[in-house]
Design a protein around this ligand. Sequence first.
Ligand SMILES: [Zn+2]
Ligand SMILES: [Zn+2]
Length: 433
Amino acid sequence: MPPADKEKKKTSGKEALTSFQTPKGMRDILPDEWPLFDKVVGAAKSIGEFYNFSRIDTPIMEQADLFARGVGLGTDIVEKEMYVFSTKGGDRLALRPEYTAPVMRSYIQHGMSHLPQPRRLWYTGPVFRHENPQSMRYRQFTQFGLEVLGSADPVFDAEVIIGFYRLLDELKVKGVSIEVNSIGCKTCRPAYRKKLTEYYRKQDVCEDCRVRLETNPLRLLDCKNPKCQPLKEGAPSILDNLCQNCRQHFRQVLEYLDEARVPYVLNPRLVRGLDYYSRTVFETFVEGEDAALASGGRYDYLAEMIGGRPTPAVGGAAGIERIMEVLRNKGIVPAGKIKGKVYLIHVGEVSKKKSLSLVEEFRRAGIPLVNELSKESLSSQMELAAKNNAPLTLIFGQKESYEDSIIIRDMESGVQEVVPLSKVIEEVKKRLK
Ligand SMILES: [Zn+2]
Ligand SMILES: [Zn+2]
């Protein structure tokens, strides 16, 4: 038997036990990544709270029909990317591929229209799309979103766009540009759709677009196929075909963005794939990055599409992992030295035991403290303290533990001082200032 086979045979049983992996396209968020994750989510949260949005969350599963009706049957999300399954009770559920339809479902279900309008809601949580996993396009990823429900005022379209712009600004992302467009309303869109269809019928479009011509002609403008790129140039522009009300609405949105000094460019070919959008749509890009970091738009018809009363609304969402990737690519995140905590070193059994109550005293005083009670040697604990970037180290030696005192060592200067145990919190606070 060749050695390789022998090796294989010997370990095959073991391999079977250790070969579990994350599902394809999904990933663990390991401890190293959490500081950055928390930083992005923290910034998002502070933006939501500053602009007076209240937090909402919905279950990760919904009736699959909510998305079929709300997001639309002709869309990639619903046709190809949704995780749909039947429960033992016979319900057809879907892992949420986006938050907007669930948030509107919740608004209707809980009668939020009876509260003062509009309702401003923010959320963050996982969404699921069964896409081909490319770089950073995970099948489970995290979204942050802002939704304003119950008002048709264009100021809220601007407020949502400004919210995402400020989020990226807060995270020090430079070179942000926002593409905006209006895709019209029930009054003006049918005529435009007809013009667009007439134009594209005369062109040699790709296979996908031939289907789009029948199901969702607006999405012809969204086609990424090189064959269809040059055709976009000659296509009729939606901005030339808006009705009076849509034109007025869009003009006001742009005026508010000007006033807020948010840089934007008009992109008459921006349509967004989902059925529920009307009027304003936007996508936020960063120089040198292909995919949008945040996107959204107005969705005045969604409430009716899912069985509610007419409820004008606008919102958008950003991908947390995408933003993290941009921060890493641009080197905006310093290769993370986390601010060190006070490090407690013990020597001997008495000191180890007394350390337990000392840790509690620090917790009550609100001073973050680290210790490693399983380590016994002074030098290995000193090493850990240095590695942890601790500004101060407390050395609770054998002698000290009997005398109820403790050594405070300033890690930068190396200066040590013995203080009574009863005074240690006070003394540490003084030095941390
Ligand atoms: Zn219109
Ligand atoms: Zn095409």
